[in-house]
Design a protein around this ligand. Sequence first.
Ligand SMILES: Nc1ncnc2c1ncn2[C@@H]1O[C@H](COP(=O)(O)OP(=O)(O)O)[C@@H](O)[C@H]1O
Ligand SMILES: *[C@@H]1O[C@H](CO)[C@@H](O)[C@H](O)[C@H]1NC(C)=O
Ligand SMILES: *[C@@H]1O[C@H](CO)[C@@H](O)[C@H](O)[C@H]1NC(C)=O
Length: 349
Amino acid sequence: MPPSGSDVAYLERILMGMGNPLLDIAAVVDDDFLERYDVKLNNAILAEEKHIPMYKELAELPDVKFIAGGATQNAIRVAQWMLQVPGATSYMGCIGKDEFGQEMIKACSADGVNVHYMEDEEHPTGTCAVLVCRGERSLVANLSAANCYKSEHLLEPTNWFVAERAKYFYIAGFFLTVSPESVLILAKHSLTEKKVFMMNLAAPFICEFFTKPLVEALFYCDYLFGNETEAQTFARVQGWETEDLGEIAVKISQLPLAEGKQERIVVITQGGDPTVVAHGGKATFHPVKPISKNEIVDTNGAGDSFVGGFLSQLVQGKDIEQCIRGANYAANVVIQHSSCTYPAKPSFE
Ligand SMILES: Nc1ncnc2c1ncn2[C@@H]1O[C@H](COP(=O)(O)OP(=O)(O)O)[C@@H](O)[C@H]1O
Ligand SMILES: *[C@@H]1O[C@H](CO)[C@@H](O)[C@H](O)[C@H]1NC(C)=O
Ligand SMILES: *[C@@H]1O[C@H](CO)[C@@H](O)[C@H](O)[C@H]1NC(C)=O
C-alpha cells in the first residue's frame, strides 16, 4: 500500500499534467451573441476566421473575467487544491512571452502547482472564449503559443526530471492537436516505468477528427475520462452500433492495451445523471450529489474539476469508490462558482 495522504514527501510531484495553457476570457452572453459568431451552446471548438472579432467584443463586456484555464491545467489545479500539499502536482505546456503568460505563471504557482512552461517568442499566450449563457457554456479556443509546444522541451533534463519524479500522468485529448509525440513519450514512459497514464476524450471534435493519435495513445492508457456526448461520438466513429453508455464504456475499456498494463478503467460523466465506470469487463453507475438548478452558477469546468477530484484521491492510493466521491465533491463545488474556481480550502473527508 502507498503511504497515506499525509505523507508529504511521497506526494511531492506525484502527478504531472501536460496540455494547452489558455487564458480564459469569460463573460455572460446572450443567444444573439452566440448566433452572430455561429457558436453552439455546450460545445468546445477551435477558433476560425469568423471568430476573430469575437474576442475583442468579449473583452469589452462589463462583467468579463480573465482567468487561467485550459482543460488539463484546470484538472491539475483542482487536484492540487484537493491535495493541499504544495508541489504535489506539475504542469507543462507552452505560453507566450507576454503579460498573460506571466499572469498564468503567477496564478498557478500561487496555487502550489510546479509549472514548467515552454515560452514561445513569436506567438502570444493562447486564449479561450468562455461564453456563458443560461447557466451553460461554450468554449472557443485560439491556441496561439499553446500550439507551439514541442517534445524537445519535455526532454530537456531540467524538465524531464519532472516526468521521472511523477507516478501519474494526465493529458486531456485536446493536446493531441498540438504534440501527439509528447503524449506518446509520456505514455511509453508510463509503460516501461510501471506508472499510471490517463487521458480524457476532451471534446467531440477530438473523437471525430483525431481518432488515430487518440487510439494510439489509448493503447497505453490506464484511465480514460470523458462525458456522454464524447463517448457516443467515439462509439459512432468506431462503428459501434450502440448508444448505450455502459456498453460503450466497457467496449472502450477493452480496446487493445499494451502488454504490461493491467487494465483500462473508463469513467464517463453525464452531468446530473450517474457516472458510468467500466472496470473488470462490466459497467457500474455512480450517482452524483444532487444540486438544484439555481445553485449552479455555470457548468464550465465541471468535467475538468471532476477529473481533478478523482486524481487527488487516486494518487493517494484510494479505491475507485473514494476517487468518484472526490470527483463529485470537486465538481459540485466548482459548478457553484464561476468558471473553474473554488474557495480557499476544500472540505472533503
Ligand atoms: N446538474 C448537475 N447536478 C449535479 N452535479 C453535476 C451537474 N452537472 C455536472 N455535475 C457534476 O460535474 C460532473 C461532470 O459533469 P459533466 O457535465 O458531465 O462534465 P462536462 O463538463 O465534461 O460536460 C458530474 O459527474 C457531476 O459530478
Ligand atoms: C488567434 O490569435 C492570434 C494571435 O493573437 C491572432 O493573430 C489570430 O487572429 C487569432 N485567431 C482567431 C481565429 O481568433
Ligand atoms: C460533453 O462535453 C462536450 C464538450 O466537450 C459538450 O459539447 C457536451 O454538451 C457535453 N455533454 C454533456 C451531456 O454535458
